[in-house]
Design a protein around this ligand. Structure first.
Ligand code: DGI
Ligand code: FE
Ligand code: FE
Ligand code: FE
Length: 188
């Protein structure tokens, strides 16, 4: 599918604000892919589709998680904010015929991260944090680090999410901890 068709397909699924976020992630992911040597076309496709399911109902996503054999069931015991990533990967395969596993994994792990992420997965996950529309304390520093060190920037971003969850007394999905550890370990 061409870029315009993909954009059209996601636009109908989301609010204007979320669509603008999607465009920001697309732009940022392509730029990071270029900088760090990931596949730019795959980064663009994954970025456009990464929040495809963001506004699907909780019941619908729960049903898809329960009935799709390879979606981890432990997602159901963690924050539902995590669900749209795994459900999204299945949905774009089913609805849009996306079969490329690297693209699907970049969508699947864009929220939680995972241990030993691929370059493409890192690029999409980090772009989601630092796209121009994002505003949260520390985002400017994150944008600066992203220009120098992809792993360090992503470890920082995931660390920020972990701290946010701890502050709110929420559970942390284990893949997020594994992702952060492996990003730090891989540099030592
Ligand atoms: O979909 P977006 O808002 O663009 O961003 P996202 O897919 O990265 O979702 C992030 C949200 O998920 C954020 O509000 C924190 C929440 N969340 C809940 N539990 C976890 C989690 N994020 C991570 N990485 N790990 C968790 O365990
Ligand atoms: Fe998301
Ligand atoms: Fe994210
Ligand atoms: Fe997003």
């Amino acid at each position: 599918m061409k870029r315009e068709q993909l954009l059209e397909a996601v636009r109908g699924q989301m609010t204007k604000h979320r669509y603008e976020h999607t465009l920001g992630v697309m732009e940022t992911a392509v730029r990071l892919a270029e900088k760090y040597g990931a596949d730019k076309t795959k980064a663009e496709t994954a970025a456009i589709l990464h929040d495809y399911c963001k506004f699907w109902s909780e019941e619908n996503m729960r049903k898809i998680i329960e009935t799709t054999p390879h979606i981890p069931k432990d997602l159901l015991e963690h924050d539902k904010e995590l669900w749209h990533a795994h459900v999204g990967a299945e949905a774009v395969r089913r609805d849009l015929g996306i079969e490329d596993e690297e693209i699907l994994n970049a969508i699947r792990y864009h929220t939680s991260g995972r241990e030993n992420m691929t370059l493409l997965e890192k690029v999409v996950c980090l772009a989601d944090y630092i796209e121009p529309g994002r505003q949260f304390p520390g985002v400017e520093e994150l944008r600066q680090v992203a220009e120098e060190d992809l792993d360090r920037a992503l470890a920082k971003a995931l660390g920020g999410t972990i701290a946010f969850l701890v502050n709110r007394e929420k559970r942390i999905y284990p893949l997020t901890v594994l992702a952060r550890n492996s990003l730090i370990k891989s540099k030592k």
